[in-house]
Design a protein around this ligand. Structure first.
Ligand SMILES: *Cc1c(COP(=O)(O)O)cnc(C)c1O
Length: 384
């Protein structure tokens, strides 16, 4: 096993974040196999969903991933530094005046408006740069992209030599809800586009989109979240391997007498004598504070239900008590043997059975936000 690390040492900070690069590669390969004969890209925006853009990109490029999507030019630069041969698309398009930067990095903008197209085309005409671009069409999300009515502006262009349009793409708004009627509408609209742009490669599916079936696979799929272990099929079993493990250290274990409260706002009361483990991670580390807001006042020593926020201490799911502070949070260890829940021992916040999606559910958010919120304070470890 290979290990790379970054950040402070374990005892100089509050938590250790371990990223399993082998699991990311497995998840990418599973996606790639599922969509054959289509190709599988990787979306590595937002520091590869908090998992480390350079390490993730290097691992995926080595595994055979040829195309990467990022949101910003600076992220494209990071991809280029570790993947010299990769095709790189920048989803947020061309900010004003940046066409030369795309040439310098050899990255392709995802173009979604005429103003962007004109900048890209003018630069291409004025220079010897022959780099490509994607055309993004809006099929129902109303976020970025040309309208379907604008498609005929480009259909003659893609019949010319050296037209530079390397991809026609759109994005699904409701792919994680297979029964949503917008899926069928977007798939039908994109089929019309594919017909108009016959001969040009096309791309529609994100992670969840892949599972809507072959109609969404087209020539290239663009999974992000699923590569990092987020469940792309929320209604059923997660077919992806977990990637992230987050451990905090127990700073102190203390007795809380019956009738006393724990934490800011005194939101949790010990309904009998309790033992509480205070651990060294809080919302200042990106652990969502909302996870502590909507909790029942469990009796000390009670078994948590699926909807209670927990940490794994000595292999046991211990319920969170009281509000999450900036740098600390507390878990009920009443009834756990004293030698297991003690100063310096580990509390697992994500991993070993606690999924990113669970943390998200406790916090009223999605796995994407939990991952991209993972803080900068942790010791980081990449395993492969
Ligand atoms: C972020 C993004 C993706 C990846 O989506 P996931 O749901 O994370 O797989 C794909 N396409 C576009 C346009 C995106 O913005």
């Amino acid at each position: 096993m290979q290990i790379e690390t970054a950040g402070p040492t374990e005892f100089e900070t509050g938590g250790v974040l371990t990223i399993d690069l082998t699991a990311i590669v497995k998840n990418w390969k599973a996606m790639a196999q599922r969509v054959v004969p289509a190709d599988c890209a990787a979306v590595v925006k937002a520091d590869a969903y908090g998992c480390g853009l350079d390490k993730v990109t290097a691992a995926l490029a080595k595994a055979g991933c040829a195309t990467f999507f990022v949101a910003h030019i600076t992220e494209a630069r990071q991809v280029r530094a570790v993947a010299p041969d990769a095709i790189i698309y920048v989803l947020n398009g061309i900010p004003p005046g940046t066409a030369p930067t795309f040439a310098e990095i050899n990255a392709r903008p995802v173009i979604g408006s005429l103003a962007e197209f004109v900048e890209w085309d003018a630069f291409r005409t004025a220079t010897s740069w022959r780099g490509g671009a994607a055309l993004h069409f809006d099929t129902g999300m109303n976020r970025l992209g040309f309208s379907l009515e604008e498609a005929p502006l480009f259909t003659a262009r893609v019949k010319m030599p050296d037209h530079g349009i390397s991809l026609v793409m759109s994005h699904l708004a409701c792919a994680d809800t297979p029964s949503h009627p917008l899926n069928a509408k977007q798939i039908a609209a994109f089929r019309d586009l594919r017909f108009m742009f016959r001969g040009t490669p096309t791309s529609l599916a994100n992670s969840s989109g892949v599972f809507l079936g072959p109609a969404t696979h087209c020539d290239l799929v663009r999974p992000g979240a699923a590569l990092f272990g987020v469940n792309p099929t929320p209604a059923t079993t997660n077919l992806m391997q977990p990637v992230v493990n987050l451990k905090a250290r127990i700073v102190q274990v203390r007795d809380v007498p019956r009738g006393q409260t724990v934490g800011y706002g005194a939101t949790w009361t010990a309904t009998r004598a309790a033992r509480i483990a205070v651990v060294s991670v809080g919302y200042g580390d990106g652990y969502p504070r909302a996870a502590s807001e909507a909790k029942a006042n469990l009796k000390p020593g009670a078994r948590p239900s699926k909807s209670d926020a927990v940490a794994l201490i000595a292999g046991r799911r211990c319920p969170m008590v009281g509000r999450i502070s900036m740098d600390l949070m507390a878990f009920d260890v009443t009834g756990l043997p004293e030698d297991l829940a003690r100063r310096g021992a580990e509390a697992t916040l994500i991993g070993d059975g606690i999924t990113v999606d669970e943390v998200a559910r406790w916090s009223g958010t999605i796995g994407y936000e939990v991952l991209t919120g993972l803080g900068r304070r942790y010791r980081r470890v990449w395993r492969r």
